[in-house]
Write a protein that binds this ligand. Sequence first.
Ligand SMILES: O=C(O)CCC(=O)C(=O)O
Length: 201
Amino acid sequence: MLAAALKNMQTSFAEDGFVIAQGFFNADMVTEIRQRAEHVLAQRTRVSGNYTNVTKGLEKVDSFFAELMHNGPQVALMQQLLGMKPIPATTSLFTKNNTTEQVNPHSDAKTGGVIWVALDDCSYDNGCMHFLRGSHLRQQEFAYLRPDRPNDLSDHPDKVAAIMKAGDMLLFRSTTVHWSGPNFDGSPRRGFNCFYTGKAG
Ligand SMILES: O=C(O)CCC(=O)C(=O)O
């Protein structure tokens, strides 16, 4: 990556708490992630947590995901943005087949970072990710948010909708507030994420 492009990404990540790397994964890789994740989903016997649309721990079922989480090309970029070695934790698939299901505004953890790869084109109409720009710098203010509790931040002045093409990758701080709305048009909206704690142990 060019030094100027990396610098821009580091600035966005530091100030906004998230950044999109466009076209980070090619079409073949997107297809492979999608097919392997769907295969894990088809074998799933239990719904994780409160959601029908979240499949966690893909790496425990298919070592492809363990290898990707530990050694994929995103690790070096996440390290440059976080300024520390990302410690791999887990991988997940997020679908929106149940079109009404939303992930309410929340942050993921107190340390580390997350990558979220669009496996389909994502827009407001099919439930794209949203972020509150700069919320990682105002953690106390947003500490009340929980993913399973509705909180409408759609009119918040710092809201940003992450419109993405398949293969684009979001990188965000675990402390940055994010959410995804309903899938209004019913088109596929799958996302693959890797969660890095940023802290060993
Ligand atoms: O894909 C979604 O709808 C939500 C993803 C999310 O909350 C996350 O990656 O932490």
